[in-house]
Design a protein around this ligand. Structure first.
Ligand SMILES: [Zn+2]
Ligand SMILES: [Zn+2]
Length: 311
């Protein structure tokens, strides 16, 4: 099969557009949609210092690579990468290695920040001590460290590798769970003191296109899933969307466009609350004490108890 734009051999059939794409035109199309999303939401502007949340997984590796290709030559935009090491034995070390490799290849300044150094324990240890689900600890502490580190590095934005599949899953999931307040939190934020604005440059590209982009550039890819990952409802939504997209190509874009059409209403329904500085650590929070400090206090109590028991 030939490319729809030139005489070269097609390597990808883009079902939602009905186009066959060669290597060159696949990359063109992919990067065009990344640029489109960036412009549409003013994700990257002159003077920005972008912190890339680089887990070392396929999405964030592709993100670092693509941003460097698209904006690396610009003198008025700067990049830095942050990897959070939660301390998940067997799973995290290889991705930290990938993150180090890709940032040194691209010449991007890289910071690895660990749960152990910052909270005195790894995620593995937290899971053993506490009664919450692993993803609760991971989600709260990872977000906390990403925001804090990005701010300390003087970043103006924090870029994550969420793709069209991730975003549409979250949108639909919030609908199905009647959690419209959470849906409203997906709306691009306004500037608040201490909180770094999050951007998602891959929100207009499919997950499988990210994989192909990685393959075409020979980027390192770790396809392992986190051993703690357990989201049965999300998995059901993911499978439904996959089947639906298969039957009716392009519907993930429809989900995204519907959500975008609702943004003005969501903003009105749930205006972003003003944040305070946490009484304990000073990080931004809608409450008096931030969620990270609450969880950490619980964990430290549990740790004290378990140490007494072992005496
Ligand atoms: Zn072509
Ligand atoms: Zn706090």
């Amino acid at each position: 099969m030939k490319c729809s734009y030139c005489n070269r051999k097609a390597i990808y059939y883009q079902r939602h557009s009905g186009k066959h794409l060669c290597r060159k035109h696949f990359i063109n199309d992919f990067e065009k949609r990344v640029r489109y999303a960036i412009k549409k939401y003013k994700m990257i502007e002159s003077g920005d210092k972008i912190a890339i949340a680089l887990s070392g997984g396929k999405d964030s590796v592709a993100l670092a690579f693509a941003l460097n290709r698209l904006y690396g030559k610009r003198k008025d935009v700067e990049f830095v990468a942050i990897t959070i090491d939660e301390g998940i034995e067997g799973y995290r070390p290889p991705t930290v290695k990938i993150a180090r490799k890709i940032t040194s290849q691209l010449g991007i300044e890289h910071h690895v920040v660990s749960f152990k150094e910052n909270f005195g324990m790894t995620l593995d240890e937290m899971v053993k001590l506490g009664d919450k689900k692993p993803c609760t600890y991971c989600g709260v502490f990872r977000k906390y460290l990403l925001n804090k580190t990005a701010r300390q590095l003087g970043a103006t934005k924090l870029a994550t590798g969420h793709n069209l599949d991730d975003e549409t899953q979250t949108i639909l999931l919030n609908f199905l769970q009647a959690d419209i307040e959470r849906l409203a939190r997906l709306v691009p934020q306004r500037v608040q003191k201490g909180l770094i604005i999050r951007i998602k440059p891959f929100r207009e590209v499919y997950e499988k296109e990210v994989v192909i982009y990685n393959l075409l550039f020979g980027l390192p890819m770790d396809m392992n899933e986190c051993p703690y990952s357990h989201f049965p409802v999300r998995a059901a939504v993911r499978d439904f969307l996959y089947d639906f997209e298969n039957k009716y190509p392009g519907r993930k874009f429809s989900v995204m466009r519907s959500f975008e059409a609702l943004i003005p209403c969501l903003k009105e329904l749930y205006p972003q609350i003003d944040l305070n500085a946490c009484e304990k650590c000073g990080e931004p929070t809608p409450k008096r004490v931030c969620q990270a400090c609450v969880l950490l206090e619980e964990l430290e109590k549990a740790k004290g108890k378990s140490m007494q028991m072992s005496k």
